[in-house]
Design a protein around this ligand. Structure first.
Ligand code: 4NP
Length: 150
């Protein structure tokens, strides 16, 4: 069984913090002992909490992600995490360019390989609801297919 998961987007303030929070919630629910983390390929927001709209949409669904802090991926992450999950195609390409072999795309788990769109570039709360729904479904399917078949 896979024992460590790393979700990767660009800034680690909008999408991958939601994926980290949802995956931890799922693991807690089923008593799974996993290392779950997220990070960004970029370094613009290192040390910052998730963006306001991601914190808000998570809170609306009963999930607190406000304590997370953005960090940038390192080469060590590529070696250390058993499964790395990219939020979009560019993240996937960047991870492969760093030598990641154990990398998948989140949209392959329920959204026909679609990118999870970057809400940073289309402001407005509604985009975050859509992103939350996509991530929630795909994270659940990822667990069901690859980690915990319950
Ligand atoms: P994320 O969104 O990758 O979902 O965290 C972004 C946040 C910040 C930037 C890009 C994407 N940025 O260019 O600063």
């Amino acid at each position: 069984m896979v024992s460590s998961l790393l979700f990767v987007c660009l800034g680690n303030i909008c999408r991958s913090p939601l994926a980290e929070g949802l995956a931890k919630q799922y693991a807690d629910k089923y008593g799974l002992d996993l290392v779950i983390d997220s990070c960004g390929t970029g370094n613009w927001h290192v040390g910052e909490p998730p963006c306001e709209d991601s914190i808000r949409v998570a809170k609306m669904h009963g999930l607190d992600i406000s304590q997370q802090r953005s960090r940038q991926i390192t080469q060590k992450d590529i070696e250390r995490f058993e499964l790395i999950i990219a939020l979009d195609e560019k993240n996937l390409r960047d991870l492969k360019a760093m030598g990641a072999k154990n990398v998948v795309k989140l949209g392959d788990y329920g959204y026909k390989g679609e990118d999870v769109p970057d809400p940073y570039f289309f402001p407005g709360y509604e985009g975050f609801e859509k992103v939350y729904e996509m991530i929630e479904l795909c994270v659940e399917n990822l667990f069901k297919s690859s980690i915990n078949p319950k």
